[in-house]
Design a protein around this ligand. Structure first.
Ligand code: ATP
Length: 448
């Protein structure tokens, strides 16, 4: 794990602490762990899948459901191979790569600062690098029984290409008119030369992408609109203001067809890094697919009768990167007045994998406490725990970000009340049993 320049790292804990919490509590761990894992592939456990699902649901809510000008899509991971010729990926989607002749390790030529010393050379710790070569990042597979060139296909490197190829079908079936957008959440695959920084750079990951189709005269307006919307989304997730920034692309970084692009970046322990890109893609994609498929993807304005190829504003966010940023943003090792340390995940309640934990003070109170948990479970992801002392049970919930714990104690049977404890301030309140759902509703359903 490269932790860049410690002077620039604002976090008073080590990334390895968070990685180990994620494995220990079942958020994220290496895939095929019993076989030693595979570099760049991760599994999300019971808490991780809830966290990711919450994040995806919030994105879908904001980007698709709350708008009448955006439609959803769930396309196949394998597209027609011509798709990737049209998109330019077969020719250009590559990173510069070098090999070390001594230790046989492979590195991205633009990230050699992180290469570390060569373990295999005598008298020097410097690597013996080959010349730079281009390495195509698309993962290949074969369709059908033969493995010849005609059967080659690719696992998609980004989810957006099928949005372009499905453009006409979605537009016609949904009766949308430009300006409108198509959104999709799904897996993408890149054969990254050097997967690293936990899930940040993986070979299999999830993207949530929106392609918004517009008239060419409205590029600036819609670019500004979507950049603002997406900033608002990240602020809503509760990122600390000082750890989130927008970095506009320089003229040299812009693709030849692009008018503007900006990255939304988060300050990780390993530096400022992109979690989302907002791009003006011009009419590049629809034109290329028109050219390669021979199918016309232009539109006609019904009022003015103008015929044009729509331009595209894209927002593309990594679900795994944002989930990692949320974990980093929320992780805290807090010194308590009694000298103890508690580990805390300050997750936004909309994102927390468990919304409420029900804890009977004693196993003797299991029956009514379970009844309460059963009732809450119908609305919220609820965890029931009756083992261990109450302090330890609170700590176990704090470190996975559960916003509320409800304790059923020996008084509850007579006064009909339970104690609700809030995660961050650790305040405790007596609430009537029948009032618990409303109490949680007021505090948990602010956003969704
Ligand atoms: P980078 O420069 O970091 O490789 P990129 O500019 O190639 O990223 P895009 O192609 O714009 O990324 O993809 C959009 C989003 O998809 C990124 O902002 C990121 O959140 C996510 N993403 C891209 N590559 C990866 C990866 N290897 N692992 C996890 N998420 C990724």
């Amino acid at each position: 794990m490269s932790e860049a320049d410690p002077a620039k790292n604002p976090y008073p804990w080590r990334m390895d602490d968070l990685v180990s919490l994620c494995a220990r509590r079942g958020f994220v761990f290496p895939t095929s762990e019993i076989y030693g894992g595979i570099n760049g592939f991760w599994d999300y456990g019971p808490l991780g899948v809830e966290l990711k699902n919450n994040l995806k649901a919030l994105w879908w809510q904001r980007v698709v459901r709350e708008r009448d000008d955006v439609e959803g899509l769930d396309s196949a991971i394998i597209c027609h191979p011509r798709t990737w010729e049209a998109s330019g990926h077969v020719e250009h989607f590559s990173d510069p790569m070098v090999d070390c002749r001594a230790c046989k390790k492979r590195f991205r030529a633009d990230q050699l600062d992180d290469a570390g010393p060569c373990p295999a050379r005598e008298g020097t710790s410097e690597h013996d690098f080959t010349d730079v070569r281009r390495f195509n990042l698309m993962l290949k597979t074969f369709i059908g029984a033969s493995e010849d060139a005609a059967a080659v296909a690719y696992l998609r490197a980004e989810t957006c290409q099928s949005i372009f190829t499905d453009f006409r079908r979605v537009k016609d079936t949904s009766r949308q008119k430009v300006p409108f957008g198509i959104a999709q959440i799904g897996k993408a695959f890149r054969n990254e030369i050097n997967p690293r920084n936990f899930t940040f750079r993986s070979r299999e990951f999830e993207q949530a992408e929106l392609e918004f189709f517009i008239h060419p005269s409205e590029r600036e307006r819609w670019f500004a609109h979507w950049l603002e919307e997406r900033k608002r989304f990240h602020r809503e997730l509760g990122f600390h203001a000082g750890r989130l920034r927008v970095r506009p692309h320089t003229a040299q970084e812009l693709a030849h067809y692009a008018n503007a692009a900006a990255d939304i970046e988060f300050l990780f322990p390993f530096g400022w890094q992109e979690i989302e890109g907002v791009h003006d893609r011009g009419d590049w994609d629809l034109r290329r697919h028109t050219e390669y498929s021979g199918k016309d993807l232009s539109v006609t304005d019904e009022e003015t009768k103008e015929h044009f190829t729509p331009m595209v504003i894209e927002t593309s966010v990594g679900i795994d990167r944002t989930a990692l940023a949320l974990l980093v943003n929320g992780y805290e090792e807090q010194k308590l007045p009694d000298g103890e340390t508690r580990t805390l995940l300050r997750l936004h309640p909309a994102i927390s994998p468990i919304k409420v934990a029900v804890l009977p003070l004693s196993k003797k109170l299991a029956e009514p406490a379970q009844r309460l948990a059963g009732e809450l479970r119908r609305r919220y992801s609820t965890f029931y725990d009756e083992s261990g002392n109450i302090g330890r049970r609170y700590r176990r919930q704090d470190e996975v970000g559960t916003p509320f714990c409800v304790t059923y104690d020996f008084e509850s049977g007579t006064d009909g009340k339970v104690t609700v404890r809030e995660r961050d301030a650790m305040t405790q309140e007596r609430v009537s049993l029948e009032g618990v759902p409303a109490y949680l509703h007021d505090r948990l359903e602010v956003v969704l």
